[in-house]
Design a protein around this ligand. Structure first.
Ligand code: PLP
Ligand code: COI
Length: 339
């Protein structure tokens, strides 16, 4: 039986669920892994993650479909991206098949927490890994833990689906040849001051520019960005210092193959954003959130929408969520059913 939760009024927060998946790496190998009811972690005060932030994570969701099935969206791509993060951070790789198995097992064990269809809520899954043994000289850990917990969530931004305002901050997110393209915890640690400052000034998120030249659009702290041109082309920044969003890759496919739109992944000079008709943030948590305004040191670029969101943005949103919730046929391999 589903848990007694006010699904329709959930925000993006943590609710402890019954089971999480845990596997430990020691003496050069992963143990078998298991579901656990223990949500607390005990480790050395000198654990590498606590001293040198040796940790990476992923984010994906499970959904209840229109016909009552429980499904996950493209967990294979999260597994692959986590492998890339681990390689960049000198962490052992958690094998792709085991990652997918952990996703399916954790969702199945917590199926009563998967929000019912039509509530607007989903089950957010958070796989992560960290160096757990005592490390004091700057070097990687020898022992690691892979964990995966889940929590039911509502919309990422306060105000639900209302168009948000971004600001261009004086802070950078990622350096050339740094870690911006992987999902390292450290990328988020260094964004915390920028996000608090943005919120204090009334903005929902920071829109980072490339740190080398501060001339091109990159992404926000927790999502990629898409724009729609006046002739309905879907355009998204190409950069080696942004996270390769699975939502963005899926949206570009949907735009091209379901909606017959032209798509372009290319460098987008900040100067150009005033020429676009629509802007939105895309990501697992953000889904596809319309952007109404971008503020750069007092200079504003505004996007005007008749129905609260852009016309193409709305079509993309409906098609993507239609695929995720079983209203539309999915491309081969996108949907993993939990049985
Ligand atoms: N960019 C950043 C910095 C993120 O944290 C996220 C969230 O995962 C994304 C983009 C979107 O990626 P995805 O669509 O794979 O969730
Ligand atoms: C996600 O969308 O999964 C993210 O990781 C974004 C944010 C919650 C960090």
């Amino acid at each position: 039986m589903k848990k007694d939760i006010d699904w329709k009024n959930l925000g993006f927060g943590y609710i402890k669920t019954d089971y999480r998946y845990v596997s430990n790496f020691k003496d050069g190998k992963w143990d078998e892994g298991e579901l656990s009811t223990e949500d607390m972690i005990t480790m050395s005060e000198c654990a590498c993650v606590l001293q040198y932030a040796q940790t990476c994570f992923e984010g994906l969701k499970a959904y209840t479909t229109v016909d009552g099935r429980t499904v996950c969206f493209r967990p294979d791509l999260n597994a692959e991206r986590m492998i890339q993060s681990c390689e960049r951070l000198e962490m052992p790789v958690f094998p792709k098949e085991r990652f997918i198995d952990a996703v399916l097992k954790t969702v199945k064990a917590n199926v009563d927490f998967v929000p019912p269809y039509g509530t607007g809520a989903t089950l957010y899954l958070r796989p992560y890994m960290f160096g757990s043994d005592a490390i004091i000289g700057v070097k990687p850990a020898h022992e690691y833990q892979f964990r995966l917990f889940c929590t039911p969530v509502g919309p990422y931004f306060k105000g639900g689906t209302e168009a948000i305002t971004l600001r261009v901050p004086d802070f950078d997110r990622a350096a050339p040849h740094g870690t911006g393209h992987v999902k390292a915890g450290l990328n988020y640690a260094m964004s915390l001051h920028a996000i608090v400052d943005a919120h204090n000034q009334g903005y929902s998120e920071n829109m980072y520019l490339d740190s080398a030249t501060r001339t091109n659009v990159e992404e926000t702290g927790g999502a990629n960005i898409i724009f729609v041109t006046k002739d309905n082309k879907v355009v998204t920044p190409k950069s080696t210092t942004i996270l390769p969003s699975i939502t963005r890759r899926s949206l570009l496919y949907v735009a091209e193959h379901y909606l017959g739109l032209q798509v372009e992944e290319r460098v987008i000079p900040y100067e150009e954003i005033k020429d676009f008709r629509e802007c939105a943030l895309c990501g697992t948590a953000a889904v596809l959130s319309p952007v109404g305004k971008i503020v750069n040191h007092g200079e504003e670029v505004t996007y005007k929408y008749e129905n609260g969101t852009g016309e193409i943005t709305q079509k993309l949103y409906e098609t993507l969520t239609g695929i995720q919730m079983g209203r539309l046929e999915a491309p081969e391999g996108w949907i993993y059913e939990i049985k």
